[in-house]
Design a binder for this molecule. Structure first.
Ligand SMILES: Cc1cc2nc3c(=O)[nH]c(=O)nc-3n(C[C@H](O)[C@H](O)[C@H](O)COP(=O)(O)O)c2cc1C
Length: 309
């Protein structure tokens, strides 16, 4: 790769966005989440500026002075497979030398469908993405576990997550990345990464933290059921995300397993990206910064060139 900087799943909605960001100098391009069926987005607004705190995030009118932090409630939409499969192929044709295309795939639980059906669905999406030219598959495991009695994410159901990764891994020939986190404890992080290591080429973490999001009157900021707790991403999440990324790197140094670590979460400055790379991350991915600061990659490349000179 030309550089270890890329765009995380989300901002690159189709091949035109992939091409544009490839030209801006982002070298790892993640195609936004795709599914085996067309899936609508939540109603607008689905992205809002927030001030984040431990318990709750409060909507604000403009980005905070500490950097842009947003609440994102999109609902993991997807175009229909016929559309995205052709478009992933176009995206692959439009990126340059030394750039790679990752496709983020999400299984869709069917009414009355069991775990096996969900696993099949993930495997099918991954096979389609590979067929269309993906250089790597990112398995979206930071979605709710539809079979759990208490709310939890799929990566927190390690057995099911391992089965999904196993089926994806054995169905495609390209590297398979597991999207994970945040974790409740370092032990939980270690156990999950260790259990999933046989079926994953790498881990993408930490994609955001969940918070209740309210407006300045204390009312829910996003209307509709299932939107009470929303993913907070961007600048303010860096302390939590980077701590967990470092924990992952420490376990890898200790020899627990040897897998790539693609750092994500609150990387909103070149200094943050460089720091994580120095600590051992294999790549750094940005989403919020890609949207609000599209020349990020140019500054990142310039800083590296200056450091070498
Ligand atoms: C506008 C927007 C859309 C996103 N859409 C997706 C998505 O489709 N699939 C996904 O797995 N993550 C999605 N994310 C999460 C990002 O991949 C990333 O993990 C998260 O934003 C943390 O990175 P950041 O702090 O650099 O924004 C989205 C994020 C943003 C800001």
């Amino acid at each position: 790769m030309n550089s270890p900087l890329g765009v995380a799943a989300g901002p690159l909605l189709n091949s035109r966005w992939v091409e544009g960001y490839a030209r801006l100098g982002f070298d790892i391009l993640t195609y936004a989440t795709v599914r085996s069926v067309a899936w609508p987005a939540h109603p607008l607004p689905n992205i809002r500026y927030v001030e984040n705190s431990e318990q709750v995030a409060v909507v604000s009118r403009r980005p905070s002075a500490n950097g842009t932090t947003v609440a994102v409630s999109l609902g993991a939409p997807s175009r229909e497979p016929d559309v995205w499969r052709k478009d992933v192929r176009r995206a692959k044709e439009r990126i340059g030398e030394g750039q790679i295309l990752i496709v983020n795939v999400l299984g869709t639980p069917r009414p009355d469908g069991d775990a096996e059906a969900l696993i099949d669905d993930y495997a099918m999406c991954a096979a389609w993405a590979e067929e269309s030219g993906a250089d790597a598959i990112e398995v979206h495991l930071t979605a709710p576990d539809p079979f759990a009695e208490q709310p939890r994410m799929l990566y927190e159901n390690v057995l099911l997550a391992a089965q999904i990764l196993y089926r994806v891994r054995t169905g495609v020939g390209v590297p398979v990345l597991a999207r994970l986190g945040p974790f409740r404890s370092p032990r939980h992080l270690h156990d999950t990464a260790t259990r999933l290591a046989p079926w994953a080429s790498g881990y993408v973490l930490v994609p955001g933290v969940h918070r209740r999001v309210v407006d300045n009157k204390g009312q829910a900021a996003f209307e509709g059921s299932g939107r009470e707790r929303v993913e907070i991403v961007g600048a303010d999440t860096f302390p939590i995300a980077s701590r967990q990324i470092l924990e992952m790197l420490v376990w890898r140094k200790a020899g627990a397993w040897d897998r790539a670590v693609l750092a994500v979460g609150g990387i909103t400055s070149v200094e943050r990206a460089e720091w994580l790379l120095r600590e051992g991350a294999d790549a750094t991915l940005v989403a919020t910064a890609a949207i609000f600061d599209p020349y990020f990659a140019a500054r990142f490349r310039q800083a590296r060139a200056t450091a070498v000179a």
